[in-house]
Design a protein around this ligand. Sequence first.
Ligand code: LFR
Length: 475
Amino acid sequence: MFAAVDIGASGGRVIAGQILDGMVTTEVVHRFDNGPVESPAGLRWDLTRLYDQVIIGLAELTRRYPDVIRIGIDTWAVDYGLLDSDGHLVEEPHSYRDSRTTDAVAAVHDRIDPAELYTITGLQFLPFNTIYQVVAEQTCPVWERVAKIVLLPDLLAYWLTGDLATDVTNASTTALMDATTRDWSDRLLEIAGLGRDLLPPIEPAGSVRGRITEAVAERTGLGTDVVVTTVGSHDTASAVAAVPATEKGFGYVSSGTWSLVGIETADPILTEASRAANFTNEGGVDGRIRYLRNEGGLWLLQESLRHWAKTGHDHDLGELLEQAAALPAGGPTIDVGAEEFIAPGDMPSRIGDACRRSGQAAPESPAAITRCVLDSLAAAYARTLHEATELSGQEVDRLHIVGGGSQNELLCQLTADATGLPVIAGPIEATALGNLLVQARSHGMVSGSLEDLRRIVAASSSLTRYEPVDRPRDL
Ligand code: LFR
């Protein structure tokens, strides 16, 4: 039995996974909420609580299945914890939704032209990329005590095992890694004012990170021989590894809090056209490149629901989606990837403002706002996929949607209509499946290439196909 710890920005899960007769089966044994926590010291993650939830989940998993042999951990990217020289967490980690990096972005771009930065990292500009966050951090008094900068999945693995390392997929989101050599870039470390010793070594997915400690074994009931395996610890990398594509020529959307829309390539595309289009070259499992753009995601809807609930108007998502589906096509759309939607707060007003600014009527009712978000996501998926094919020269004849968004029927249908391509939806738990299969392969229980792993996912999942009904929009 394998354990996948999969924590996203809005919730975490501990999942049991098993490989039997060439199929992978999963069971969620523990779920917990997550979200940025507002504090006088900015938006933070309560990582100590998340770790406790991981322990509770692992204990429950061991109670149900005493034969756990490995654990893999993935979370969202970019964010990190700071350890002092005794290995203690200096403070709860900042959330990437904290808007503290404005000055740091300017400072980094003073030291290196963004065009040159792109030729090294291949990374989409996002104001929260780790490089900007660590430069912002250096103006804080705690910086003096910092001995290690540890990405979040590695911090959880460190608490479980005492071993410190990181993996290519998540390191590639920091803007401190060289996309070509797949190692920390000395030039960028210097620009960010970091010594190499501050960052753990980078290892490929599938490596053995270390054995769990005696203390963890005692708290969870796990055997002391259980090891943490390095997986695609960036959640999107694990999700892309589990896209159930059995043939070449596919695009994908990993759809959840964010939408990661793109294709897989063998090599990074570091051209100026690619930078201008703000495409990213994130490291994938097995040396693949996740050539994609980070577009806004269901966060816009989640945050709208939170705002309505806070102001005394609880809405049921299922009902809203039904009402939204009944609205006519051709309503207002917004740029879901715009920076103005990153921070928490009153999302419906921001959506309305964006519509008015672009000369469109603002959606008034919650159903109309829901429809506006979904139409906008579908349009962003179509636009981004189209640009990915143009910039890479790769053709795409179908689009896979994986993750939580794949169960949103309206979003899937609108995406098929907007792209003019068949959409294959599922699995919802792609991230956990990618995490589990990399562990299983490392353990020798399955073998082969990423394509072989994807075939296992395809054979094990029930997928839904959506055909385009309306004519595709002009791109
Ligand atoms: C998705 C994700 C995206 C990353 C964003 C912030 O969960 O990992 O890939 O851009 O969160 O880390």
